[in-house]
Ligand binder design. Structure first.
Ligand SMILES: [Zn+2]
Length: 127
């Protein structure tokens, strides 16, 4: 991870830097569906728009699409026999979560499964 934001909490560092995972159904954005955009908690880069967020029922905020170029993908073999694709912030290399191919078929078919603590929300401006 590149330059670390000094305001991060221990739990945010556990996820963003040490690639931890928050417990499901505990994150503040799991069942949160306001209009706006989601940004990297570490560097504030814009990662997702609220109109690509959906309720996957998995306990973590889920998106079917990311902002173009905002995400980097890495093979993750940390669980034996269960290869996954890790998603990290393209700007600062912070860990965000994983992407799976079980998203809504009528969209991209992808499910970006993201930790709430990796994200900051910015409400849409109405004027
Ligand atoms: Zn970042």
């Amino acid at each position: 991870m590149k330059k670390i934001n000094e305001n991060l909490t221990d739990q945010e560092l556990f996820v963003l830097k040490d690639k931890g995972t928050e417990r499901p159904f505990t994150g503040k954005f799991d069942s949160f569906f306001e209009n706006g955009s989601y940004h990297c908690k570490n560097c504030s880069a814009k990662l997702f728009e609220s109109d690509t967020k959906f309720d996957a029922g998995c306990g973590w905020p889920s998106f079917f699409q990311a902002i173009d170029g905002a995400i980097k993908y890495e093979d993750d073999h940390s669980i034996a026999g269960r290869p996954r694709v890790e998603i990290i912030c393209a700007n600062c290399d912070a860990h965000l979560g994983h992407v799976f191919e079980d998203g809504p078929k009528e969209t991209t078919g992808l499910r970006y499964c993201v930790n709430s603590v990796s994200l900051d929300f910015e409400a849409e401006k109405n004027n």
